[in-house]
Design a binder for this molecule. Structure first.
Ligand SMILES: C[S@@+](CC[C@H](N)C(=O)[O-])C[C@H]1O[C@@H](n2cnc3c(N)ncnc32)[C@H](O)[C@@H]1O
Length: 195
């Protein structure tokens, strides 16, 4: 079963899909519940809604807001702990993913892909402005299944690999890039001065 993914930029569109996509039998996982506007919309249709939020202030507000809804459970948890979340919520049908529309695209891609590959939900909605903007220009996607080398992109990395990714990987290559750029700029600045 393949996941069907919607990429959106506005909360308006995100919430419209929250209204129309869930079936009465669905378990929904919402990443980044904030104050629960979308959570509440999802809860009108879905059988069960699990909201993940790492802000304590928001979790307190969410707990108050949904204290009378037994089919809504909000979890004070960091979304990057995918194994921890999988342990609490073993199976979902729908994923609503919004860690902030202006989050850098590579961060949204890495994390939403982890969720898609872990759960293989029937439908996925990702809110990220730069991703949605980029995908608007898409004329072709070549489905990667034909080549076995691409299988790693569908695998879920280990907890250690995920931690390593967040700790190091991006930073190491960023540092190299920054060093190189600093050198290059210094060179051209020195050149300017000497002219
Ligand atoms: C733009 S808000 C979501 C708005 C929501 N979709 C709505 O319709 O109201 C993004 C939320 O994601 C949460 N968030 C960002 N990174 C997170 C992470 N790593 N783990 C859990 N929550 C996170 C933020 O605290 C924030 O509340």
């Amino acid at each position: 079963l393949e996941s069907k993914t919607h990429f959106v930029s506005t909360t308006h569109c995100f919430r419209r899909l929250a209204k129309t996509l869930p079936l009465r039998t669905d378990t929904v996982l919402e990443i980044g519940s904030s104050f629960g506007h979308t959570t509440e919309i999802l809860a009108k249709r879905a059988k069960e809604v699990h909201g993940i939020e790492h802000s304590k202030v928001m979790i307190d507000a969410l707990n108050t807001r949904f204290s009378n809804n037994s089919h809504v459970v909000v979890h004070w948890h960091d979304a990057r702990d995918i194994y921890g979340i999988k342990e609490i919520i073993p199976k979902i049908d729908l994923l609503f993913f919004d860690i902030g529309g202006d989050a850098p695209a590579h961060i949204a891609v890495y994390l939403s892909q982890l969720y898609i590959n872990t759960y293989r939900p029937r439908v996925v909605v990702v809110r990220n402005i730069s991703l949605a903007a980029m995908l608007q220009e898409v004329v072709l996607t070549e489905y990667p299944n034909a080549d076995r080398r691409y299988h790693k992109y569908r695998n879920v990395p280990s907890q250690e690999q995920i931690i390593e990714h967040y700790r190091d990987q991006a930073k190491r290559s960023d540092r190299k890039f920054i060093e190189r750029e600093d050198k290059r700029r210094k060179k051209s600045l020195d050149l300017d001065r000497s002219l």
